[in-house]
Ligand binder design. Structure first.
Ligand code: NAG
Ligand code: NAG
Ligand code: NAG
Length: 542
């Protein structure tokens, strides 16, 4: 049962502070299935309370260990009914979803319809979004509909005689069904939203165990203890991009194609023309036909934006998927859930994929600072500040090494490196630094540790949540820099802003301030080892 929330339901009481600890993060699943997330932060004698009522529903359908077997194209008259394994706005895992003539069909008796999420929270017409066309993106019966077992039998079933056999073909295995147009696929959003959210959701839905909430198991270790979860995520057989052509999901540097070949080498990809084959085969035929998807993850960006966590809170579609699974205790908060993706990419790139998973964030042996230098691209620093930043960080690293520490600095022009080399340098980074932009997507390759941080430089006054939310969802700290001003969660602006010059070539930054931030951050995290506190490390010193 789903409830529709209004903006008023997202209560945000904020009393400013600069040094925050998580006191508590309580999650309750109310009898009507809404998920209420109460988070209380504090520091400097001040408190921030945040309550989010999520429209997400906890579905408790038992998950099959084996995908359903293909339907026998034969005399069978009854088809398996549709169930929802997991749902968050924009993210829905179904068993036994059907498609005929382009509409996704939920096969269920009429009296069970109300147990399904609202269609508008699962799908849309797939049109590119803008601020005014939400009405045109609301799904219609051409996008999604219910079908009763009787109707399905009449349309597609065998009639019991030998000359009328059923006409439902199974698309075997697990399918990722992406309903978005290329608008947000052909760049950063593909890996750091679509694949990120898909994996969080699939991993969580098939997790066997439940992670304990942060504050129920006090431990002398300062970092959050996340018992490792075992998961039996199914093999992904195919991805179908319903609304894009072969190039529509590819980005210019080629990272999207690289990513999916690296992590899902056996997955096949279908695009809109392939989908049209399936649509035409089942539309306007004298005899009805349908496709049967035994296990499918349907994602839709418009639907995710109709949920409170993405639409009102983070503007990250993946945040809907991640939050539900994190709050249900199905994924950890320190990035272990993403480890297999990271390791697969590094192995593919030729690096050492060795990933030892720990229940706590570890202290790295070496501090590797990677500056994603964008001077060769459109949005970048003014040249003088770029040089000042490089000099200041180089001096810091030299000083640390003179003091006997093991620090490294990489000034990376990503566009001049092969994808393999980009992956390798990102994977060994402890601190990633750069101007807001696609290059920071590589933060998803960093192995989160106690010191891990992303430092993002914006034009003063500008802010976007892309890398901020993504960093935090992996248990890493994120700092925003406005020239000589630094802020971090939860003191980031609540609303993204793109003032004039945001995308320009004249962004200022005070290099020595950034170098001092890195020094103080690392020193604080290393000192944190001695303290006794079980608040999440990534919020502890912010
Ligand atoms: C569901 O329960 C929550 C908390 O118990 C409440 O805030 C919300 O209004 C309820 N929604 C409906 C539709 O009953
Ligand atoms: C928004 O998208 C619709 C199509 O869905 C289009 O007709 C309209 O012109 C667009 N508006 C703007 C401001 O781009
Ligand atoms: C950046 O910060 C420095 C040092 O505080 C200041 O001198 C400079 O004017 C600032 N630049 C801009 C564009 O605000």
């Amino acid at each position: 049962m789903l409830i529709r929330m209004s903006r008023r339901d997202v209560v945000l009481v904020l009393i400013g502070a600069s040094c925050f600890y998580i006191f508590s993060a309580f999650v309750t699943v109310s009898p009507n299935h809404s998920i209420i997330i109460n988070t209380e932060y504090g520091g400097n004698g001040q408190t921030v309370t945040e309550t989010v009522v999520s429209t997400a529903t906890e579905y408790v359908t038992p998950v099959p260990t084996q995908p359903a077997v293909p339907l026998d194209l034969g005399l069978a008259q009854n088809f398996p009914e549709t169930t929802v394994v997991a749902h968050a706005p924009g993210w829905t895992i179904f068993q036994n979803l059907y498609m005929s003539g382009g509409a996704l069909l939920i096969l269920t008796p009429e009296e069970s319809r109300s147990s399904f999420p609202e269609f508008r929270l699962m799908t849309s017409t797939g049109l590119p979004g803008n601020l005014t066309n939400d009405p045109q993106r609301q799904p219609t019966s051409r996008d999604m509909a219910f079908i009763t077992p009787d109707e399905a039998r009449t349309k597609w079933g065998a009639d019991g005689s030998s000359d009328r056999r059923n006409r439902v073909s199974t698309v075997e295995g697990t399918t990722l069904l992406f309903n978005d147009p290329s608008q947000f696929l052909n760049h950063f959003h593909f890996v750091a939203e679509l694949m990120f959210g898909s994996w969080a959701f699939l991993y969580g839905a098939f997790a066997d165990g439940t992670v304990k909430p942060p504050n129920t198991n006090p431990s002398p270790d300062p970092s959050f203890n996340a018992p490792l979860i075992s998961t039996s995520t199914p093999k992904i057989d195919r991805a179908i991009f319903i609304h894009t052509d072969v190039d529509g999901w590819r980005d210019v540097p080629g990272f999207n194609g690289y990513f999916i070949r690296a992590v899902f080498p056996s997955m096949t990809v279908e695009v809109s023309t392939d989908w049209m084959d399936r649509v035409t085969a089942t539309a306007n035929t004298d005899i009805g036909r349908a496709w049967h998807f035994p296990l499918v993850l349907l994602t839709d960006r418009s639907a995710a934006f109709r949920g409170p966590i993405c639409g009102w809170h983070t503007q990250r579609t993946a945040a809907e998927a991640w939050t539900v699974m994190a709050q249900l205790g199905k994924i950890d908060l320190i990035g272990n859930w993403w480890a297999s993706m990271r390791a697969a990419l590094l192995r593919y790139a030729g690096g050492d994929p060795h990933e030892e998973l720990h229940a706590t964030l570890q202290v790295p042996d070496k501090i590797v600072i990677t500056y994603i230098n964008r001077q060769g691209t459109r949005r970048h620093l003014n040249e003088e500040d770029n040089r000042g930043l490089i000099t200041a960080v180089e001096e810091l690293v030299q000083r640390k090494n003179r003091e006997g520490k093991n620090w490294e600095f990489n000034n990376v022009h990503a566009e001049q490196l092969s994808l393999d080399d980009q992956v390798k340098v990102a994977a060994k980074s402890t601190i990633m630094l750069g101007v807001h932009g696609n290059g920071l997507t590589h933060l998803v390759l960093m192995k989160p540790n106690r010191v891990s941080a992303v430092i993002e430089i914006f034009l003063p006054g500008g802010f976007a949540r892309d890398y901020e939310w993504t960093s935090r969802s992996l248990g890493m700290t994120h700092y925003s820099v406005w020239n000589d001003t630094i802020f971090t969660y939860p003191n980031e602006p609540k609303i993204p802003d793109y003032p004039d010059g945001f995308h320009g070539p004249n962004i200022p930054v005070n290099g020595p301030v950034v170098a001092r931030l890195i020094d103080e951050h690392v020193t604080a995290r290393e000192a944190g080892l001695a303290s006794v506190d079980n608040s999440p490390a990534h919020d502890k010193y912010d």
